[in-house]
Structure formats: structure tokens, C-alpha cells
Design a protein around this ligand. Structure first.
Ligand SMILES: Cc1cc2nc3c(=O)[nH]c(=O)nc-3n(C[C@H](O)[C@H](O)[C@H](O)COP(=O)(O)OP(=O)(O)OC[C@H]3O[C@@H](n4cnc5c(N)ncnc54)[C@H](O)[C@@H]3O)c2cc1C
Length: 454
């Protein structure tokens, strides 16, 4: 049995950061990870030619100070997302090209509706206290309605409605009817507003780490060293007056405190003894993740750039809902990232891989021409079938959940502390939020022990 000060469960960015900060503070720590790799919902594949493909989280943006700080710590530079050229919108069989966030070329009426809705969303976000969104003046009202209901009542133009619905619901990789409007406002506010969440340049897709997310998590893991134990899914955590006993199938760790840094629904699969307080336990049952396919289609070169296109496109209802240029900072190869979210991701998940590939390539040909038909490689990642993620990109709250159970998001349960992007008040849902949560949880356990000793 390992006997340490702290046991961290889950080696995504939250758990890695918690373990790293504890180690740097001179504390003894064991980090147990279920998979045979670290990184969790980020997963960078490095190919023989040195190209990297981020199969999960990839982009960073302004305001994400903690990931930038970590990149500085490990000497990882960033590069700007390619945005030159026209973006494309496909609605009702018609293609519209535009630049910026709002597709003004679609129709003045639709664009006006979109602009007004963005303004209203920004205004509502300002009313959200990030530490306690359930205390917003209108929290009860906004938590009673889903995103779908809000869109229905606030956007008259059908294409604008479809477009914004796809864009926002896409962030939660779920149908708009599944997500509480209060949660939408909170998550948007935690990133600085709708402009950041939905924007590319100066938004959440502004830049990328050179080498992908793996260029950050690999040196973190190296510094944590042999305190990390892979392929150790934690099955149960027992706590008593003096500490916690954390068990995987092969290892038992005795520690003063545990930090659990796994997605909420997955945290609910661990057996806790004694049982967790009802609010925390119910929170695990009530914050699901959505469905997402992230597909990288590789070409000899990013031919769409020469055709005056940025590679960015959105097509509500299509199996290739969103595309974005995911090239590295060197020009070759061209990497077109296709993202399929929510109900459509579940539908295409039923197809054979070959059928799915044909469908996706067909969509790309329609948008980017015949050159899109013959990629040099096609790599897909279906996060819905990842046992230790339970979907992606983030867990969301359906109606009523934040006002009823939100207070349990960060509240320690005795000697069990909680990390994970979903527990971060700032940049909730992004890698940056995961890092913040890991830093917060590491400080929390150390402060607790200092207070107990004093
Ligand atoms: C397709 C996709 C695209 C995304 N795009 C972006 C993006 O561009 N930018 C961005 O900032 N964010 C993005 N995200 C979100 C981002 O990846 C996450 O917010 C972040 O990685 C979450 O980190 P975490 O440490 O909180 O959780 P996770 O990464 O989920 O880490 C949890 C860890 O716990 C482990 N675990 C689970 N159960 C157990 C157990 N019982 N015992 C031990 N270990 C366990 C898991 O294997 C995992 O390693 C994306 C996510 C996905 C899926």
C-alpha cells in the first residue's frame, strides 16, 4: 500500500496540474489514471512525419491565462489559427460566404436577428456571478427554460435561429432542448461572453500550442514522474477520521486527502464510503456530457487556402456540422478538422466507419470542391464511446440542475476535493478551466492541512 499526503484521481489537465503543483510544493502525491495514457479529453497523436493531430481539446484564446502560464513554464510557444479567407455558411441548401463572426451575407433580416441575439446574450451573461450563477437575480427564470425554448422565444428568423442554435448547442454537443439556459449563460460568461465562445479570431479558437496539447501534458507528466500510475481505474474511495483509502484493481493508496479530477458522470461511477452527501451524489447523476466526433482529414496541402477560403464552415443539420482548418504552423500537410456534435454525432456513430467516411468526404467536396475527395489520411475520434470520458466536450446542466445542485460543484466532501474543468468558475469547459481547477484543488488541500495543524 502506498502511503502519501495526497492521492489525485484522473490525469487529464486538472489532475496533472493538481499533482504537479503539490509536487512542486514538496508534497508527496500519487496520481491514479484509468487509461494507459495521460491527457484525458485532450489526446495528441504525433505522426511519423512529425505532424501532430489533436484528437480532443486543441485551441486556446485570450483570457486563458493559466494555460499560457503553463506553456511558458514548459517553453511551449503558440501559433495563430489560420483565419485568412472567407468562412462559409450552409443553410437550406444555399452557400453563403462571409468574414467575421456574423454571416452578414445570408440575409439582412437573419443577420440582424443574429446580431441582436448576440447582444442580448452578452447582456444576460453580465448578470451572472461566476462563483455562484445560481444567485443571479434571474437564475430561477433562466434555469426553468432550455436553450431551445429561449431561441424559440427570442429569434424570429428561421435561418438565424438554426444557425445560433447549432453554434451554441454545439458547444455542449447536445440538442438545444437538453441544456439549461442558465448553464449556457454561466458557461459563456465564464469565458468572457458569447463573442469569445463563438468567435475564432480573438475567441476560443484564436491560437494553438505548437506541438498540440501533448506538448504541454507530456512534460507535466515527466515532471510528476513515477508518482503517476497508468491503467489504474479507481473503483472506490473510503474516508475516515484520519484520511482516505483509494483503491484501483491493483493498487491501494492511503492519503490524507483525495482530489477527484474526472468528469462528473464518471465520478459517479466510483463507490464512495461513506456515501457522498446527497447534493453531490445527485449532481453526478445530473450533469451528463454530450456526443462529439472530431475528425481530422489530411491532405498534401491546405488547398482551400489558395481558393480564398479559411476552411471554416457551418452547416446546421449536416453530418459535418462544423469544419475548421486545423493545420499546424508549418504549411504541409493540410488538416481539415470536421466536428459533428449532439444528436447527429450519435446518428453517424451508428454507421460503419467506411460509410461515415464517405458521408463526411461528400460534405467536404460540396463545400471545398473536388480536391477534398482524396485525402491522404482520415482520423476520427468518437468521444461518446470513451469509457473514461463519457462523451465530450464538457458536462452540461439540464434545466433546474444549477439552481438545485450547483452549490455542490466545488464543495469538498470531507477529505474528498473536486477538480475538473466543470468545477472552474472561469473558463469552465476549456483546458484552461481544467488547469485552474487543478491549481485551486491543490491549494485547497494544502490550506486545509495547514489549518488543521494550526
Ligand atoms: C473533441 C473535443 C474538443 C475539445 N476542444 C477544446 C478546445 O479546442 N479547447 C479547449 O480548451 N478545450 C476543448 N475541449 C475540452 C477540454 O478537452 C476539456 O475541458 C479538458 O481536457 C478537461 O480536462 P479535465 O482534466 O477536467 O478532464 P479530463 O480530461 O476528462 O480528465 C479526466 C481524467 O480522469 C480519468 N479517469 C476517469 N475515470 C477515472 C477513474 N475511475 N480512475 C482514474 N482515472 C479516471 C480519465 O481517463 C481522464 O484522463 C474539447 C474536448 C473534446 C472532447
Amino acid at each position: 500500500m502506498a502511503d502519501v499526503e495526497y492521492c489525485v484521481v484522473g490525469a487529464g489537465f486538472a489532475g496533472l496540474t493538481a499533482a504537479l503543483r503539490l509536487k512542486q510544493a514538496g508534497r508527496s502525491v500519487v496520481l491514479l489514471e484509468a487509461r494507459d495514457r495521460v491527457g484525458g479529453r485532450t489526446f495528441t497523436e504525433v505522426r511519423a512525419d512529425g505532424t501532430w493531430i489533436d484528437r480532443g481539446g486543441a485551441w486556446i484564446g485570450p483570457g486563458q491565462d493559466r494555460i499560457y502560464a503553463l506553456m511558458d513554464e514548459f517553453g511551449v510557444p503558440s501559433y495563430q489559427q489560420h483565419v485568412d479567407g472567407a468562412a462559409m455558411m450552409l443553410v437550406d441548401g444555399k452557400q453563403y460566404r462571409y468574414s467575421g463572426t456574423i454571416p452578414w451575407t445570408m440575409s439582412p433580416w437573419a443577420a440582424m436577428n443574429l446580431g441582436a441575439a448576440m447582444l442580448e446574450l452578452g447582456h444576460m451573461c453580465k448578470a451572472i456571478p461566476l462563483d455562484a450563477p445560481w444567485e443571479a437575480k434571474e437564475a430561477e427564470k433562466w434555469d426553468r427554460v432550455s436553450l431551445a425554448q429561449w431561441l424559440h422565444s427570442n429569434i424570429a428568423s428561421k435561418p438565424a435561429h438554426e444557425l445560433l442554435g447549432t453554434a451554441i448547442a454545439g458547444c455542449y454537443t447536445s440538442a438545444a432542448s437538453e441544456v439549461s439556459m442558465l448553464f449556457v449563460l454561466y458557461q459563456m460568461a465564464s469565458g468572457g461572453g458569447p463573442g469569445f465562445v463563438l468567435g475564432v479570431k480573438d475567441g476560443a479558437q484564436d491560437a494553438r500550442p505548437v506541438g498540440g496539447m501533448g506538448a504541454i501534458y507530456r512534460p507535466m507528466a515527466t515532471e510528476i514522474g513515477d508518482s503517476i500510475h497508468l491503467s489504474q481505474p479507481v473503483r472506490d474511495i473510503q474516508q475516515d477520521a484520519d484520511g482516505v483509502t483509494v483503491r484501483s484493481d491493483e493498487l491501494t493508496v492511503r492519503a490524507r486527502r483525495a482530489i477527484v479530477a474526472v468528469p462528473l458522470a464518471i465520478a459517479g461511477q466510483i463507490r464512495y464510503e461513506p456515501m457522498l452527501p446527497v447534493d453531490r451524489s445527485f449532481l453526478h447523476q445530473r450533469m451528463p456530457s454530450g456526443s462529439i466526433f472530431k475528425i481530422a482529414v489530411l491532405y498534401d496541402e491546405p488547398f482551400w487556402r489558395d481558393d480564398g477560403l479559411s476552411g471554416q464552415s457551418a452547416a446546421p443539420g449536416s453530418p459535418a456540422t462544423i469544419t475548421i482548418d486545423a493545420g499546424t504552423n508549418s504549411v504541409r500537410p493540410g488538416v481539415m478538422c470536421v466536428i459533428t456534435e449532439g444528436p447527429i454525432a450519435r446518428q453517424i456513430g451508428q454507421l460503419e466507419e467506411g460509410e461515415r467516411r464517405k458521408l463526411i468526404l461528400g460534405e467536404l467536396v460540396e463545400r471545398f470542391g473536388d480536391k477534398a475527395r482524396s485525402p491522404v489520411d482520415y482520423i476520427e475520434q468518437n468521444w461518446s464511446v470513451e469509457r473514461y470520458s463519457g462523451g465530450g466536450m464538457l458536462s452540461h446542466a439540464p434545466t433546474g440542475v444549477l439552481t438545485q445542485f450547483g452549490r455542490a460543484l466545488r464543495e469538498p466532501c470531507g477529505r474528498i476535493h473536486w477538480a475538473g474543468t466543470e468545477s472552474s468558475a472561469v473558463m469552465c469547459g476549456w483546458v484552461d478551466g481544467a488547469i485552474r481547477s487543478g491549481e485551486r484543488a491543490a491549494s485547497e488541500v494544502m490550506e486545509h492541512d495547514t489549518a488543521t495543524v494550526a
